[in-house]
Design a binder for this molecule. Sequence first.
Ligand SMILES: [Zn+2]
Length: 114
Amino acid sequence: MAGSTAIRGTRVGSGPMGENERGESAPRRHVTFFCAKGHVSTPSFSLEVEVPETWDCPRCGLPAGQNQAAPPPEPRIEPYKTHLAYVRERRSDEDGAAILEEALARLRARRGDV
Ligand SMILES: [Zn+2]
């Protein structure tokens, strides 16, 4: 940033009245973040930087937000099977069972006929 070099430049020739305190420690603000698991972290940010909306929780790594009532949701890790694939598989199992049941019923009926 051009600003920092400009500030440093003013040190040259500045008066003796407390100017040396300037820039010793940049002013910081503490921002509290809450993650979905209830962890609270309070990182500090320089006033020059924009506070991010989410912050990785240092304890569990989940994204944490500034709103305690509504922390960011846990990122869902995509399972090997998608939900749709799971439903399809279950349905085909049910279909398979129904077909088997039907076949057995037909078989029993046929035997009963005999
Ligand atoms: Zn956490």
